[in-house]
Write a protein that binds this ligand. Structure first.
Ligand SMILES: Nc1ncnc2c1ncn2[C@@H]1O[C@H](COP(=O)(O)OP(=O)(O)OP(=O)(O)O)[C@@H](O)[C@H]1O
Ligand SMILES: [Mg+2]
Length: 266
């Protein structure tokens, strides 16, 4: 990496790569292919997309999908204004018009009718039909569709149809390796290398823990939160209790088991 490249990276949202995802995303963007990112909560999906949008110099439009989100919420709708009814672009139409990166977070939560608008946009047509106005938007070269979901929460009713997922290049995220995760905790929370190492060691112990009804395990996000509390002066044990143990479970027995791992690794 030359000096100019380093300076450019310094101005971007901080992202520590896990593997070849930066190169892969760049290739997909240049080839106008949409990307699907799957991975557990707090592993860096959102930060990665923020980083890549800035790195590629594209505006970013993010939509957090929920079970009430339908096609009109993405594409737009007529609203009553001072001059009568007016058309208002939804975030997806705005992203297409401006050649932005459109990031649909937790896309499996959205209503089924949203896939109808995503399909022609996600294949080589790159079109967004706006049924209500009769307009057919053609996505400019800069536009890119990115979707993410957490396979852990998934049930059969909430999976993506094969016809949807086969339109996307897939990136599978996990938690970063120990050295990368230590660097992330240090950079994000401003703690010293010793504290970062203790937290990552703890996370690895927690991630090995099986046989408890944990829906998800300790994420990089939780480590960063604990580290920030510690950097602000809270003793590390108390920080881990609040940001990790009690964040992960409501069950007293499970909390006791997690607290044991904390005691053993600090
Ligand atoms: N690779 C990374 N580089 C830099 N920071 C990271 C990285 N991975 C995780 N983080 C830190 O963890 C936090 C959570 O990451 P992020 O919000 O990207 O997770 P996510 O995968 O989008 O989670 P969710 O599925 O819950 O939305 C970030 O705010 C950042 O502090
Ligand atoms: Mg996210």
């Amino acid at each position: 990496m030359d000096h100019a490249e380093q300076q450019h990276l310094a101005g971007l949202p901080f992202y520590a790569p896990q593997g070849g995802e930066v190169a892969l995303f760049t290739h997909a963007w240049r080839q106008r292919l949409p990307v699907l990112i799957k991975g557990p909560t707090g592993c860096g999906k959102t930060r990665f997309v923020e980083h890549m949008a800035a790195r590629l110099g594209r505006p970013l439009v993010t939509v957090s999908c929920h079970d009430d989100l339908g096609a009109a919420d993405l594409v737009g709708r007529h609203l009553i204004g001072p001059q009568g009814t007016e058309w208002h672009d939804g975030p997806l139409a705005r992203a297409v018009r401006s050649g932005a990166i459109c990031y649909l977070d937790e896309v499996v939560e959205a209503r089924k009718d949203t896939t109808v608008v995503l399909h022609p946009l996600a294949d080589d047509r790159r079109q967004l039909p706006i049924e209500r106005t009769g307009e057919q938007l053609q996505a400019p070269p800069g536009f890119m569709l990115v979707i993410s979901y957490n396979p852990g929460y998934q049930n059969l009713l909430k999976s993506l149809k094969p016809s949807t997922r086969q339109r996307f290049v897939a990136l599978d995220f996990g938690y970063p390796d120990a050295a990368t995760e230590r660097a992330i905790v240090q950079a994000e929370a401003g703690v010293d290398a010793g504290v970062a190492a203790q937290l990552v060691h703890l996370a690895q112990g927690l991630r090995r823990l099986t046989g408890h009804d944990l829906e998800e395990t300790a994420s990089t996000r939780l480590l960063v939160m604990a580290a920030r509390l510690s950097a602000d002066g809270l003793p590390l044990r108390a920080a881990c209790r609040a940001a990790i143990v009690d964040a992960l479970t409501d069950d007293a027995d499970t909390a006791a088991a997690l607290a044991e791992v904390v005691e053993a690794s600090l």
